[in-house]
Design a protein around this ligand. Structure first.
Ligand SMILES: Nc1ncnc2c1ncn2[C@@H]1O[C@H](COP(=O)(O)OP(=O)(O)O)[C@@H](O)[C@H]1O
Ligand SMILES: [Mg+2]
Length: 360
């Protein structure tokens, strides 16, 4: 039987104007700047989008929020760092690159009896690879087939959920299977070899998986990977985090926040749509920062209660105003490092206090 959601999360939304001191020990307020805060008790959901042009202060804003959360909230923060500039005190640091000891295994199976298993994992991984590496439907179909065969070779079948906890294959095993098939003369397998060459060469998907629960603040540095491999890694991590939260059941407490700077690398991510639609129920929130509104899907936009708008490119103002429902004049008048913040209702202006000014 599902637990009812706490009233606090379902309250009407508005951006909080602080009544307490900015660094008071409240569990729901994240100080943003001036006397404005992100009030998680008042927000309909714990998701946020930060939009601003290059140099507008997104990274400093994001780091400031992670920092405040780590200090004042019991939740875990996972930072997906595409640029390698999100370092924070007290973090558990997982660099992912050609020579790193640990990696990410996209073939890790979702153990949820409803919606998990090897077949669905094969479909999901093939879709991610197809999107990131731009493949045709034949190649995607072959990938699904081959990944399923691979799971079966590892004794894992969709039908028997007892087998889902067995050690899954990794992409290195897939590479060998594709090579064998290509040598047998399969043209689509040869095409897959070419498409996946860089993915395999980096080896990051063929190693033991990093521990995303290794600390209260975990940063995964994807900056040494080509963008398409970073996107595959980030998508796999997001899916694992969402799957594990779903499996653990509904949670009134916010257990985990995932932070993604430069979220354009995740444009089109189905998992981000899923997290923003459903994550709150399972205690999972996501904070995304990006330069252009086109990087944010309609689903993510609709399901993200809190928006922070930093100065955007002049050419984007009209579109941003209409999609994010901010007044175009107010956006155009934003000064350097000024922001409009809205949770639900009215937008409030403030100057974000950047991370570098917050450290004691
Ligand atoms: N509120 C602020 N006040 C003063 N300087 C800031 C502020 N926010 C960011 N900066 C500085 O501006 C520069 C760009 O900020 P950054 O957060 O990296 O922008 P973005 O990620 O949007 O490109 C950095 O040198 C940063 O230290
Ligand atoms: Mg930045």
């Amino acid at each position: 039987m599902a637990k009812p959601l706490p009233k606090s999360i379902l309250k009407p939304r508005s951006v909080g104007r602080e009544t307490a001191q900015p660094n008071s020990p409240s569990r729901s307020l994240v100080h943003l700047g001036d006397r404005v805060c992100w009030d998680l008790d008042k927000a309909a959901n714990p998701h946020m989008v930060i939009l601003g042009t290059s140099g507008s202060g997104k990274t400093q804003t994001l780091k400031a929020i992670v920092w405040e959360m780590c200090k004042g909230f019991p939740s875990r923060s996972i930072v997906l760092d595409f640029h390698g500039d999100q370092e924070l005190p007290g973090e558990v640091y997982h660099p992912i690159h050609m020579a790193s000891n640990l990696g990410i295994n996209p073939l890790t199976i979702n153990l949820d009896p409803e919606g998990g298993g090897s077949k669905l994992q094969a479909i999901s991984v093939a879709a991610t690879l197809r999107r990131a590496l731009v493949m045709g439907t034949n190649q995607e179909g072959l990938l699904i087939l081959m990944i399923q065969e691979l799971y079966e070779r590892f004794g894992i079948t969709q039908e028997d959920c007892q087998t889902w906890t067995r050690k899954p294959p990794h992409l290195g095993d897939l590479e060998l299977a594709i090579d064998a098939r290509a040598e047998g003369g399969c043209k689509d397998a040869k095409a897959l070899q070419i498409k996946l060459a860089a993915t395999f060469q980096y080896g990051v998907f063929s190693r033991s998986q990093i521990d995303l629960t290794a600390g209260k603040l975990v940063r995964v540095d994807l900056s040494k990977l080509p963008p398409e491999l970073g996107a595959i890694a980030a998508e796999a991590i997001l899916k694992q985090v969402m799957d594990s939260h779903r499996l653990a059941g509904e949670s009134p407490a916010l257990k985990t926040f995932v932070f993604v700077d430069e979220a354009k690398e995740l444009k089109g991510s189905k998992t981000l749509d899923r997290i923003t639609a459903d994550g709150r129920k399972y205690g999972l929130g996501v904070v995304l920062a990006t330069q252009r509104e086109t990087h944010i899907s309609p689903d993510v936009l609709a399901n993200t209660a809190t928006k922070i708008l930093l100065p955007v490119d002049v050419a984007d103002i009209k579109k941003v105003a209409s999609r994010f429902r901010f007044d175009a004049g107010r956006i155009a008048n934003l000064g350097t490092f000024q922001a409009l913040v809205r949770t639900g209702g009215t937008a409030v202006a403030c100057t974000i206090e950047p991370f570098f000014k917050r450290q004691a």
